[in-house]
Design a protein. Structure first.
Length: 105
């Protein structure tokens, strides 16, 4: 889930069964990437599953930032199988008009 408030962009990813050390979050330019690995939780070869609904393997998401964020203040918390990433907004000064003083005689 991705949603925004007036102050930040919030991303919530359900990663039930994934260990914290198997999660990687990175921001490069305007794209946040989330990578994780969910390992199988059984070791026995003699198990005969009648039905298996859990998925295992690699998880990857790339999310483009809809507005500039403060990269120094990004916060990620992993609790109860939910990864919550908070990305504070910063003012986009690129689209603002500004007078430039001209020096010289």
């Amino acid at each position: 889930d991705v949603y925004s408030t007036p102050d930040e962009l919030k991303i919530e990813v359900e990663l039930a069964g994934v260990r914290k050390q198997d999660i990687d979050v990175a921001l490069l330019k305007n794209t946040l990437t989330i990578k994780a690995v969910k390992f199988e939780c059984f070791d026995e070869d003699k198990i005969n599953y009648v039905c298996m609904e859990r998925a295992f393997g690699r998880i990857f998401r790339a999310i483009d930032m809809p507005f500039p964020v403060d990269t120094a203040k990004i916060k990620a918390v992993f609790r109860n199988g939910i990864l919550t990433i908070s990305l504070p907004r910063v003012e986009d000064k690129r689209n603002k008009s500004r007078r430039v003083a001209i020096e010289g005689d």
